[in-house]
Write a protein that binds this ligand. Structure first.
Ligand code: HMG
Length: 472
């Protein structure tokens, strides 16, 4: 690790920008069309609107638009950037990396060859790959390889599920660009504590040539929580052994995180996962006795506590009791306090936009910064913990400290204004877009100061070549 005057060199997120498509489907309209109770989406999952890409947008356009915003907001020139990574699971080419398309688009604005000195790859591991990209680029900076340049990590995805499937209620689209450097104004990552877990799983995957994933929904929910818990255990060990955190008796590692940001496939998954982690951490502590007394019910145990995820899900009696216990636990004042203080603000954007796969965790972080700042809280020095999950499956837990200069960035965050006026799609329009019945020239909205897709070549020699333009 490089040091500066004996102090560890900082590296982290200097600024963050978002690009969200301006079309959306309203949860109530969607529920009516699918014969569902709107409350299932709005209250059960925490989904009120799902952002949908226009016919002239793809994940590379979304990524480029987020990148252009962060470069323009910070008056950066391509010379200031040493690496440009794109993390996505909505890739449309098996070989050509998405960052090359992004560079092509940015060079329409900054001049051909302007990014030639840059490096970077597309990274893939479902929703967690953006966290790996952040980690790698943070270490590139810490290692002194950056030579004063910054890295851009862009997470961009279109969460699209089969029509009529239960996943269809958890769609969304958008990109988040993050500028990383050695003097980050927003968040410096804690060194030597990043923790991972990994396992070969089929909870959610998208085989070659298939546009939508194959999903085992309830399995994926439970696997997400188990994998993040495993990574949290490793984070705990690393943060104690590296002396980042000293646990006093009766404390949990979560007490040392002022904010907790979770991967958000839908906003209520954040609450579900937080409850799971808090239960796991509190179970060993004296405070648990009081909680059990308040709930008035012992914590249920599966018939086969060492069984598989399938056996736990198949144990219907246990699942029903655990559901009841969780509901009561999440209503206790002790959990409510943790939820309101550490997580709730991160869920606001997700409710309005939906699942962004790789970008969901970072949209949540952005949401938490804006809405906590609006409460008048001084965020300087607050520790933010991240619980990242990608199906297939890997989890990553890491943390960072909000920096003294955070206000320079956070004071101008305004989610409503950045989303701009949005257009609500009719279900018929949404379904035509979903079934890819419309070409790029049949877009619903006129592009405004953004990159759009104009054409995908269908000739034998150049099949798949994409042409983009920047619309002033
Ligand atoms: P489902 O099984 O149809 O829904 O689909 P459910 O029966 O579990 O109901 C959902 C919630 O609504 C429940 O709340 C119900 O009680 C409640 P909970 O009990 O869990 O607190 N509910 C109602 N509430 C009020 N009024 C009502 C009502 N009815 C029910 N009338 C599922 C849910 C998430 C499984 C589905 O949408 C799905 O398969 N989504 C896609 C997969 C997914 O998002 N998995 C999440 C974990 S894996 C992950 O995050 C990775 C991922 O992002 C991909 C990647 O890594 O790349 C997906």
């Amino acid at each position: 690790m490089r040091t500066q005057g004996g102090k560890l060199m900082a590296a982290g997120i200097d600024d963050i920008s978002i690009y969200i498509p301006r079309l959306y489907v309203d949860a109530a309209d969607f529920a009516e069309a699918r014969g569902l109770d709107p409350a299932k989406l709005q209250k059960g999952l925490g989904v009120s609107k799902m952002a949908i890409v226009d016919t002239n947008q793809d994940p590379a356009c979304l990524a480029s638009n987020a990148c252009l915003t962060i470069m323009q907001n910070n008056k950066l020139s391509p010379e200031d950037i040493g690496r440009l990574y794109v993390s996505t699971e909505s890739s449309f080419d098996e070989s050509k990396a998405m960052n090359s398309y992004v560079i092509g688009m940015l060079e329409q604005v900054y001049g051909q060859g302007a990014f030639e000195h840059c490096g970077g790859v597309e990274t893939k591991f479902a929703c967690v790959s953006g966290s790996y990209a952040l980690y790698d680029n943070t270490n590139w900076i810490r290692a002194g390889e950056a030579e004063g340049k910054a890295a851009l990590v862009v997470v961009s995805d279109i969460a699209k599920y089969d029509m009529g499937s239960s996943g269809e209620m958890t769609q969304g689209a958008g990109a988040v660009a993050m500028l990383l450097n050695d003097q980050p104004r927003l968040l410096a990552f804690d060194p030597k504590v990043t923790a991972t877990s990994i396992k070969d799983e089929y909870d959610f995957y998208r085989p070659f040539g298939k546009e939508t994933p194959i999903v085992h929904g309830q399995y994926s929910n439970l696997l997400y929580m188990i994998q993040v818990r495993k990574a949290l255990e490793i984070y705990k060990k690393k943060s104690i052994s590296s002396e980042l955190i000293k646990l006093e008796s009766g404390e949990t590692i979560l007490d040392h995180m002022d904010y907790i940001n979770m991967h958000l496939p839908y906003s209520n998954m954040g609450k579900k996962a937080l409850a799971y982690l808090v239960r796991h951490e509190w179970r060993q502590l004296p405070r648990w006795k009081k909680i059990i007394h308040e709930i008035g019910m012992e914590e249920p145990i599966p018939k086969d506590p060492r069984g598989t995820i399938e056996s736990v899900l198949g144990d219907q009696e246990y699942m029903a009791k655990d559901h009841e216990f969780t509901k009561m636990f999440t209503k206790t004042p002790e959990f409510q306090e943790v939820y309101e203080a550490k997580l709730a603000s991160s869920l606001i954007a997700s409710k309005m936009i939906g699942n962004l796969y790789t970008a969901s965790l970072y949209l949540g972080f952005r949401s938490s910064l804006e809405f906590e700042y609006q409460k008048g809280i001084n965020l300087d020095g607050k520790r933010v913990g991240f619980g990242s999950y990608g199906s297939g499956a890997s989890a990553m837990v890491f943390s960072g400290l909000i920096q003294p200069e955070y206000e320079e960035i956070v004071k101008s965050m305004n989610l409503e204004a950045e989303l701009g006026p949005r257009r609500k799609l009719t279900l018929n329009e949404y379904e035509r877009i979903h079934e890819s019945k419309l070409g790029p020239e049949e877009s619903m909205l006129k592009p405004k100061h953004e990159f759009i897709l104009v054409d995908v070549n269908t000739t034998t020699e150049s099949r798949g070549e994409r042409r983009y333009v920047f619309n002033e």
